[in-house]
Design a protein around this ligand. Sequence first.
Ligand SMILES: C[S@@+](CC[C@H](N)C(=O)[O-])C[C@H]1O[C@@H](n2cnc3c(N)ncnc32)[C@H](O)[C@@H]1O
Length: 252
Amino acid sequence: MGIKHRALGRIMQWWAAHGGLAQFHHPTGAVGHAAGWIMGRRSSNVARNRWAVQLLDIQPTDRVIELGCGPGVAIAALATRAIRGLVVGVDHSQVMIRQARRRNRAAIRAGRVRLIRTPVESLSISDGPFNAALAVNTVGMWPDPTARLRELGRLLRPGGRIALVSQPRCPGATAATSAAAANELAALLTEAGFEHLRTEMLGLDPPAACVLGHVAPADRPSSSAVQQRGHDPRVRRSPTRSGIRSWLDGRR
Ligand SMILES: C[S@@+](CC[C@H](N)C(=O)[O-])C[C@H]1O[C@@H](n2cnc3c(N)ncnc32)[C@H](O)[C@@H]1O
């Protein structure tokens, strides 16, 4: 790891410990701009976004939606894969939408990327149905995440793919924190009716967890009672609101 990236990591740790995490929930003004600048360049942030895009196995004609796209790192990676499709990015922060727009200018001009400034809880969109959906380090910030994921499931094609990523950023987060976050994401996806869940971990510090799932195929209605695979059965299936927020968005 280079000196620049180590320095960025230190700045982040200091900032998190001094209340700066709010700016990652809803970046505004000059400080929000700095938060976006860091998210767009910090090596672990860039790595986990590109890794998640790779796991989603995007095809050239896919239509993809990313919720909480921030400065647009994953949007750029998605757009290099969905070269004849469409990538839609959603974020409630004007500062983030502006940065994502700058990062993806050429693809926006070519009509392959569309960015929408809105809270996920008010999302109304006519670009679907989508083949895949992505959300990186943002689910724990949404009001009623299960309801949001159900709505997202309705925007996806039958059999459509979803990837939810969490790399806990709370001070002192460890591999155990990431594993707990993965279990909470899996529980949310199950509650929202997604199936064939699978968890992948990326060896960062702390690890990034990605839980992937599918919408039920058209010939069979979705069942929220589908058995999760690869998750610790002792972990509770229905996370409380405070639980999910504390594990996933790093405000512990
Ligand atoms: C920690 S940042 C992660 C950004 C990006 N996914 C990444 O990994 O670089 C969380 C993002 O989610 C957005 N966000 C949080 N709550 C949201 C909501 N209710 N609706 C839309 N965007 C939201 C924030 O504005 C912020 O850009």
